[in-house]
Design a protein around this ligand. Structure first.
Ligand code: CAA
Ligand code: FAD
Length: 382
């Protein structure tokens, strides 16, 4: 086992860390307050290869491996979680989905602009009545005699929905077949029949724009189908396996930022004549934070490594996401507690870390769904 990173991996980590410290962290508070989409910063990430880290260079990406992706995501999330949400959808849901399941023509047409950060991608699975139970979707794509499909229906909570140029959409083509009746499509949001709803006001990751989208008579051509008809659910699930590595990395980055703020504060802040870091109760919290952070990072690197080996990694990704997101929630909670009054104030980023952490336990499969995926994998019982 080799715990050293390659030169290439360290290089992208360094690029991401520099952008996070110089551009993202200083603007995070203002984007959180306004809820504005950080377009300029996203373009900068794209120019530096961070919007398509695993995308081969011939399609406009950085051509790196899943470990490089984890390292870069951690750094960007430590700067601001909302930026890392946008980055993660572009990388692991949009680009990865098309690279893994798309035709050569689809890769050429749709991946480059997103990997270079010139356009934004999105992934639309959830509907108002179906989140965890994704196969209960109602969005319909009805095949026409000429091989095209007419799409009608709604998708909700779509990250980057307000700004996306292209979307990987999942719709029911044969409701009687359940999961096997779902098909994936690549949507061009400039075409007729596509509508965006209002941007959702959210608890955290406020600069990551989220909205409902609606299709009314949208015509998808036969060449807009991603993979084969009826393969959509498997595509969604396998793409989400990779996505969960990204969200685990996000959780680690934002938890690390909270941890680093805590390490500084416990040395500065005094009570009863000593730094609060001298109290054993504070020390126990710091030790537990460190253990949870290290465990999360190692499990996430294991998932990324397994993916890089071309092996099945559903369980490893779910273990990483579950551990890292619950660690992030716990660590940011303790960070607020240790900062006490200042932890509750908007004058420090600590309260933002706490609000941002919660989403990692919800999207790309709730913690309950990660437990379900892990237990099914371990027992074989469905
Ligand atoms: N890879 C490939 N195929 C898979 C798979 C995987 N990881 N997991 C399941 N499948 C296949 C199964 O083998 C099965 O195939 P067959 O029909 O050939 O047997 C088919 O998919 C159906 O599987 P299940 O019976 O296990 O499906 P289910 O209805 O019980 O659901 C679930 C399983 C794990 C709960 C799934 O619905 C799930 O993950 N739900 C959570 C949804 C989710 O994560 N949404 C995220 C939306 S995107 C997002 O959130 C982005 C963002 O925030 C930024
Ligand atoms: P529900 O599925 O209604 O779950 C409600 C509760 O029941 C949860 O606690 C859940 O864990 C529990 N539960 C459900 N089923 C089970 C079970 N079998 N066993 C035990 N407990 C269970 N979706 C997209 O498609 N694309 C996106 O880009 C996207 N971005 C998002 C961004 C944000 C900010 C948010 C909040 C959501 C986003 N989502 C996106 C949707 C997200 O993936 C769903 O919210 C999530 O999968 C949960 O679905 P739900 O909210 O409908 O909850």
């Amino acid at each position: 086992m080799d715990f050293n990173f390659t030169e290439e991996q360290l290089m992208i980590q360094d690029v991401a860390r520099r952008i996070a410290r110089e551009k993202i962290a200083p603007s995070a508070e203002s984007f959180d307050r306004s809820g504005e989409f950080p377009l300029e910063n996203i373009r900068l990430l794209g120019e530096n290869g961070l919007m398509g880290i695993e995308v081969p260079t011939e399609y406009g990406g950085a051509g790196m491996d899943p470990i490089a992706y984890v390292l870069a995501m951690v750094e960007i999330a430590a700067g601001d979680a909302a930026h890392s949400t946008i980055m993660s959808v572009n990388n692991s849901l949009f680009c990865n989905g098309i690279l893994t399941h798309g035709t050569e023509e689809q890769k050429q047409t749709y991946v480059r602009a997103i990997a270079e950060g010139r356009e934004i991608g999105a992934f639309a699975l959830t509907e108002p009545q179906s989140g965890s139970d994704a196969t209960a979707m109602r969005c319909r794509a009805v095949k026409q005699a000429d091989g095209s499909y007419v799409i009608d229906g709604k998708k909700s909570w779509i990250t980057s929905g307000p700004v996306a140029k292209y979307i990987v959409l999942f719709a029911m083509t044969d409701p009687e077949k359940g999961a096997r009746g779902i098909t994936a499509f690549i949507i061009d949001t400039d075409r007729e029949g596509f509508h965006r709803g209002k941007t959702e006001p959210k608890l955290g990751i406020r600069a990551s724009a989220t909205c409902e989208i609606e299709f009314s008579g949208y015509v998808a051509r036969a060449e807009d189908v991603l993979g084969a008809e009826g393969e959509g659910f498997k595509i969604a699930m396998s793409v989400l396996d990779a996505g969960r590595i990204g969200i685990a990395s996000q959780a680690i980055g934002l938890a690390r930022a909270a941890y680093e703020a805590t390490l500084e504060y416990v040395k500065e802040r005094k009570a009863f004549g000593q730094p609060i870091g001298a109290f054993q109760m504070t020390q126990a919290k710091i030790a537990d934070m460190k253990c949870k952070l290290d465990a999360s990072l190692l499990l996430t690197l294991r998932a990324a490594w397994t993916k890089g080996q071309g092996k099945k990694f559903s369980t490893e990704a779910a273990v990483a996401k579950l551990t890292a997101s619950e660690a992030a929630m716990w660590i940011t909670h303790q960070t607020v507690q240790i900062h006490a009054g200042m932890g509750y104030s908007k004058e420090m980023p600590v309260e933002r870390y706490f609000r941002d952490a919660k989403i990692t336990e919800i999207y790309e499969g709730t913690s309950e769904i990660q437990r379900l995926v892990i237990a099914r994998g371990e027992t074989g019982i469905r």
